[in-house]
Design a protein around this ligand. Structure first.
Ligand code: SF4
Length: 192
């Protein structure tokens, strides 16, 4: 069948299939819903700071203009656990604080993540004392431990990036799924 004759100008305005594919590449992409949700979640972490000691001061510098956590999309600090999905524990956690931090963790939204910043939060640090938790993971599961006393801001940023990678790859978190409360938590009822 012969094609319907068209004026030369109109013929040249209709892109070929190949041209349409090329043009589409400049403004469209394909993905999977899980991947785009993970991408959004990874780049919009809302941290809840739990600073109790000197590490808390170092955490402030991570938020400040020099190290600028905003570059990683995680600058929207929230002091309400119901609006936060990243708990940053920065400083010594005493046994008296254990129920408080547990309650805060329980009130946070899922999916939620915990970054333990510094020696005190991760292991009690040099406070080998009866009243200090020898690691916040005695009462809540921790995703990333950042070593140091205090850790450098770069190390904290690295810890945030590890969490971002975890979110992006949708990695399983067996340390959270299999977490058991430590000796300090006995009798208080653990939560995951
Ligand atoms: S790890 Fe060091 S800097 Fe951080 S709270 Fe403990 S003593 Fe302070």
């Amino acid at each position: 069948m012969s094609e319907i004759a068209q004026p030369a100008a109109s013929r040249s305005a209709i892109p070929s299939d190949r041209e349409m594919v090329e043009q589409t590449r400049s403004f469209a992409f394909t993905t999977q819903i899980d991947k785009i949700v993970a991408w959004g979640r990874k780049n919009s972490l809302w941290p809840m700071p739990y600073g109790t000691a000197c590490c808390g001061i170092e955490m402030m510098s991570v938020m400040g203009p020099k190290y600028d956590l905003a570059r990683f999309g995680a600058e929207v600090v929230r002091f309400s656990p119901r609006q936060a999905d990243l708990l940053i524990v920065a400083g010594t956690i005493t046994e008296k604080m254990a129920p408080v931090i547990t309650r805060i963790y329980e009130q946070m939204l899922e999916p939620k993540y915990v970054l333990s910043m510094g020696a005190c939060a991760s292991s009690g640090g040099f406070y080998r004392a009866y009243h200090v938790l020898q690691g916040v993971d005695k009462v809540i599961p921790v995703d990333v431990y950042v070593p140091g006393c205090p850790p450098t801001p770069e190390a904290v940023l690295d810890g945030v990036m590890v969490i971002q990678k975890m979110i992006e790859d949708n990695n399983p978190r067996p340390w959270r799924d299999n977490w058991e409360p430590g000796v300090y938590r006995k009798g208080l009822g653990g939560r995951k």
